[in-house]
Design a protein. Sequence first.
Lengths: 193, 593
Amino acid sequence: MSDVTSVLFVGVGGQGTILASKILTIGLIEHGYDVKMSEVHGMSQRGGSVSTQVRFGKKVYSPIIGEGSADILVSFEEMEAARYARFLKKGGKMVVNTTQIPSLPVLSGACQYPQGIIAELKKHVPVRDLDATKIATDLGNPKSANVVLLGALIEALGLHDIDWKSIIAKTVKPAFVDINLKAFDAGMAAARQ
Amino acid sequence: MKKLLTGDEAIARGLYEAGVSFASAYPGTPSTEILENVAKYDDMYAEWAPNEKVAMEAAIGASMSGVRSFAAMKMVGVNVAADPLFTFAYLGINGGFAFVSADDPGMHSSQNEQDNRNYAKFAKIAMFEPSDSQECIDMTKEAYKVSETYGVPVMIRMTTRVCHSKSLVEEQDRQEVPPVLYQKQREKMDAVPAISKKRRYVVEEREEKLKGYSEICPFNEVEMHDTKIGIVAAGAAYMYAKEVLGDQASYLKLGFTYPLPMQKIKAFADKVDELYVIEELDPFMEEQIRQAGIPCHGKDVIPKIDELNPNIVSAGVLKKEQHGVDVSDSCFVPRPPDLCAGCPHRGFFYELGKRKDTVMIGDIGCYALGGSAPLNAKDLAVCMGSAFSVAHGFSHGLQLSDQKKRVVACMGDSTFFHTGINSLTEVAYNGSNAICVILDNRITGMTGHQDNPGTGYNIKGEPATLIDVETVVKALGIKNVRTVNPLDLKAMKETLDWAFAIEEEPSVIITKWPCVLKKFSKEDKAQFNLDKTPCVVDRDTCIGCKKCLSTGCPALRYDSENKKSSIAQADCVGCTVCMQVCPVQAISRKGDK
């Protein structure tokens, strides 16, 4: 049990959590780990809150985790980090994209987007917060924010002996290889700061 | 080299390796990707059937003709397919026959949480329950051997976590299976009372034989470690137990779960101090094990409701709770799913939601989201294809009880072909003034864009006969029919006004515009103006009235400090619904002003 690492990706439907977790799993398999990945399709993908779980180690049984079991949480949106925080181990850590996407109740005025989320999270666990959407936009494509976050995750996990760049180059569409390689580097750099 | 496959992809691989020739399905989460992947193999015939009953019947026909055949569906789809299934269970298979029931504990994407293992017992057929992707391949292959050896339809019961989790598999080559050439055998294939009465005995004899198979099935395995705790589990529940208990417990891992290997369970129970049956949803195995006189724990420690996970098993068996980081609840607000930016359903729901004294009946699909604020355009929904028949009964009930309201019902194009046609037949034949709306977005949307009889393409993307919705509606005898672009709010409103004015007869509105996420066909491109130039808000003109926000479009933003709306350019696809709603013309297509 103890040799298994659990990574929880959370975000909003359509943000590309699945592609980021796919690149991660390919790298982990090539490195010889047993890997399980779980995702949910269907209704929640329509702008709802989404999560993907990747677990790796010598031998993995369960594809999913319960509360208090993730070693690291990668949130593609600020408020989603808080929603899923209870799945993080005490002593776990977070990588959080500080971009804010208003949910439907916020847009319709039923409630306000919460303030001071990152400060609250930092009271509990180490948080690497970065504006991955801005970084990706500055590089030329806001949609590569997912690979910026992947870079930050790899840095936080210390998984440096896997050739991530060749995996990215094999996985994404040819027209997006350059931008995604830049995004990956920028994410790693942001996580080192 | 090992490959990482989802359970659904692995079932498709298993079918390929097992030499299956024919596969049919109706899409439904979490089963959809099985047939999408079967369609990638040239050696198998694959199709989207209009509904699960038809998929089951088509696969039954293929089996009777002599080839190995398959059907897939989500758990509620088995309700639709139950009629042919229960009688096929009496008849003889010819080519091997298996089907997948993909259950959804936790209701991630379903309207109920039924436990379809009960169907195996109810229909007296055989059942396998894989727990990971490798088992999806291996058990699929074994299922065909069991089907042909015992002359039984086999259910492969999966759950969301098996369907949509990826794990490593070893692939093997396809084993071609020669067809069992068809010979007329009325005495085992014609379901008339005289024959079924004889087959009834065959079913019971077969079940006894299958009990024998269950005892020796290689997928029902004992794994002895510490004997204080003994676990009986199948499917994903086994993985959770193994994760939590490791070598602190012994296991009887079951892969063939109907009929159960009761002697094996008894022998295992005798070797352990306390027996725990760990299963999601109903006490399906527990009740049978208790009935056999074997004491066990089960639903006294494991909940019946919702899907399990390792923590729940830990809390139930070890009484150990696990909690995570406790962040203040004020840090997040709900994020329900929403109709996409540019969704053609938005215009319809926006106009419908404004009507008073209207009962709005929905169905199963993306349009289930029309009920949420701010659109608020739904009162109720039941199951696939039900909207029109429920509306028919509702309209009559209102009249019989002298309640002055009108009923509007809606369903999508794929749902119309699924069972909505029958539903509309009721409305036409028996007559009611229900306003029936077919939201034709030219694709099956919610499950991820599968073709259907109305799109003009088949599962392999090849041209197919296009069945025109309006022609079908008119052929059913509906006289009042109009087709409208739902993104044109003025036209949408006028069309609703027209239908509301028809008080004595049924009326049908077809809203026709392609799903914004769809890969547009050449016909879509020719027929619709699909310009995706985004809209922009002129800040000087915007008066901060928030009227645009009442469309519920996720591309809109509102700056409450400066009281101005804006539109996220990366999200907007230029549907112009907000532009039509704005009272001061502050919104325009980018580049138009």
